[in-house]
Design a protein around this ligand. Structure first.
Ligand code: ADE
Length: 259
């Protein structure tokens, strides 16, 4: 997978060279190209923003600079070279453009799974009051797959942290990324049909007067599975009743209903 990231603070992404993301690059599973948006400016101040049309506080990122950069990364020929017969230049592209935006739908595990099957992702990090609204609309109109996502109901200073979250959630799902694929499949939001995962324990089995649940020491796998499933149901209905409501009775088995 090729991941291009556009930001006015490219240093933010130096951390991608660490840990599993670094290893995935060494293994050739992933290539990151981090670009400084200011490299596509043509003025002496390398300005990327301007005041909002219609008034208001803050600054908005200019569409021309973003388009200079995105056209380059998407290999779009200069406008004068595009024939009228080819208005939807992105229709056969395997690239997905992702823009973090606090006013967009929330990024979910299902979105991460979908993005993990993509060959080429381009993430554009907004700053200030965000990017000009015509940018996502323009590339959508050209036939590109364009997504805007929020990572939660709070406002960050820019898109860099949100992109880091989306990159990590997505890339760990790529085949070959994790040593043990089971650890991806059986975890919150994907294992147990979307329930929150049960708690985990390790040795020592008794620590500071606290014992791990006895049933986990029994060696009786069916009972252990039942215990874990019950805990997942209980945790989910306590912490995230919205998930239970969304799943409905579909995922409950007869024993679950006795809870
Ligand atoms: N940019 C600023 N806040 C954000 C958020 N919550 N999600 C995505 N992008 C953002």
């Amino acid at each position: 997978m090729l991941i291009d990231i556009i930001s006015v603070f490219p240093e933010y992404f130096d951390v991608f060279n660490l840990s599993l993301l670094g290893k995935a690059q060494d293994k050739g599973l992933l290539t990151f190209n981090v670009h400084n948006l200011r490299d596509w400016t043509h003025d002496v101040h390398h300005s990327v923003d301007d005041t909002p049309v219609g008034g208001g506080a803050g600054m908005v990122m200019k569409p021309e600079v973003w388009a200079n950069c995105l056209d380059d990364l998407l290999d779009i020929p200069p406008l004068e070279d595009i024939s009228d017969a080819d208005p939807h230049i992105g229709e056969n592209s395997h690239t997905t453009l992702v823009f973090p935006n606090p006013s967009a739908p929330t990024f979910t595990q299902a979105d991460a799974t979908e993005l993990s099957y993509t060959d080429h992702l381009i993430f554009g990090c907004g700053r200030y009051e965000g990017y000009d609204g015509r940018i996502p609309a323009y590339y959508k109109a050209q036939g590109f797959d364009v997504r805007e996502y929020s990572i939660g109901d709070y406002v960050l200073n820019g898109g860099e942290v949100a992109v880091s979250v989306m990159v990590e959630a997505t890339t760990r799902l790529i085949d070959g990324f994790m040593g043990n694929r089971d650890s991806i499949v059986k975890e919150s939001y994907t294992g147990s049909e979307g329930l929150l995962e049960h708690r985990q324990y390790t040795k020592p089995t008794s620590w500071r007067g606290m014992d791990v649940p006895e049933i986990l020491l029994s060696g009786h796998h069916a009972n252990i599975d039942r215990f874990r499933r019950d805990e997942e149901l209980r945790r989910t209905s306590d912490i995230r009743p919205d998930i239970i409501e969304k799943l409905g009775c579909r995922m409950l088995d007869k024993k679950d209903r006795k809870l």
